[in-house]
Design a protein around this ligand. Structure first.
Ligand SMILES: NC(=O)c1ccc[n+]([C@@H]2O[C@H](COP(=O)([O-])OP(=O)(O)OC[C@H]3O[C@@H](n4cnc5c(N)ncnc54)[C@H](OP(=O)(O)O)[C@@H]3O)[C@@H](O)[C@H]2O)c1
Length: 203
């Protein structure tokens, strides 16, 4: 597959890129610092900011699937929302239709009354707000989207022993490694099980 990856230099995005290349996919990665993207014959780095339409359009142009591992710092712009609007506009003008975006548990239909959700909103309010707005923008478009809702991420190994599900309930103790998150992200890119759905993942 030809994958367009945003957030490729992040802690999760780097693992998604690594596993994509191991699987033999062709990757185009947008990066503000392209020198932080690995050199590989099947990887093309596009220099730029996700809020800049021209490099975003070049990134998605030939892709089959778009993957967003964008993230924002607690203080900083709502980059997931702002960036996603630019990505969606690029996809709408003759781009690919399949979109996989890393989001958070505790927003939209998963904003349950639970300790985990309450603590998440207490500690990460601006991050979760950004994700709610990002999700609203995605749902308003006509891409074939899947939102992935991880719990706390770890740098542990790939175990393949994770569970996923639309109804999967995450708790304060839920965890998944970035390696397993990346593996699930790439498997979601290859099938349509969770199209137009948010799916949680955890051990
Ligand atoms: N960490 C957790 O435990 C956790 C739990 C649940 C969900 N999540 C979600 O999972 C996603 C990935 O998390 P992470 O920890 O891997 O994120 P991260 O390490 O903070 O990476 C964020 C990525 O977004 C890129 N980015 C930010 N602003 C950009 C801009 N203006 N233009 C282009 N790229 C930009 C960063 O690029 P630069 O390298 O240039 O900064 C980086 O590649 C996030 O959405 C996060 O909220 C994380």
């Amino acid at each position: 597959m030809r994958l367009a990856i945003f957030g490729a230099t992040g802690r999760s995005g780097r693992v998604i890129v690594e596993q994509s290349l191991q699987l033999g996919h062709q990757v185009t990665a947008l990066a503000r610092k392209p020198e932080n993207v690995p050199h590989h014959e099947h990887l093309r780095a596009v220099a730029g900011d996700v809020c800049d339409p021209a490099p975003v359009a070049r990134t998605v142009a030939d892709a089959d699937v778009v993957i967003s591992a964008l993230g924002r710092r607690r203080r900083g712009p709502s980059i997931c929302t702002e960036g996603m609007r630019v990505i969606l506009a690029a996809m709408a003008s003759d781009g690919p239709r399949r979109l996989i975006a890393l989001s958070n548990y505790g927003v939209a239909e998963t904003r349950h009354r639970s300790l985990f959700v309450a603590v998440s909103w207490l500690l990460e309010r601006s991050v979760l707000r950004d994700k709610e707005d990002m999700e609203a923008a995605i749902r308003a478009g006509d891409t074939e989207w899947t939102l992935i809702r991880p719990p706390v991420l770890t740098d542990g190994p790939r175990t393949k022993r994770y569970h996923t599900g639309v109804e999967l309930r995450l708790t304060v103790g839920s965890r998944v490694s970035r390696a397993d998150l990346a593996a699930f992200t790439l498997s979601a890119a290859e099938d349509n099980t969770y199209v137009r759905q948010g799916v949680a993942i955890a051990y």
